[in-house]
Design a protein around this ligand. Structure first.
Ligand SMILES: [Zn+2]
Length: 54
């Protein structure tokens, strides 16, 4: 699980916007870009190339 401090500083690498943390899916979601970023071993993969559209 990600800490609140980490969540506060995380931003979408594409638009620098707010990310929503989907705890049960271990994903970060940018509603602006409609991209999801996965989290592996508590490390968010903040790479545009690794993002998935939804
Ligand atoms: Zn974005």
């Amino acid at each position: 699980m990600l800490s609140d401090e980490l969540l506060k500083i995380l931003a979408c690498p594409k638009c620098k916007g707010h990310l929503d943390y989907i705890k049960d899916k271990e994903k970060l979601v940018c509603n602006g870009c409609r991209e999801t970023y996965r989290i592996e071993n508590d490390i968010p993969i903040m790479l545009i190339d690794e993002a998935e559209k939804f």
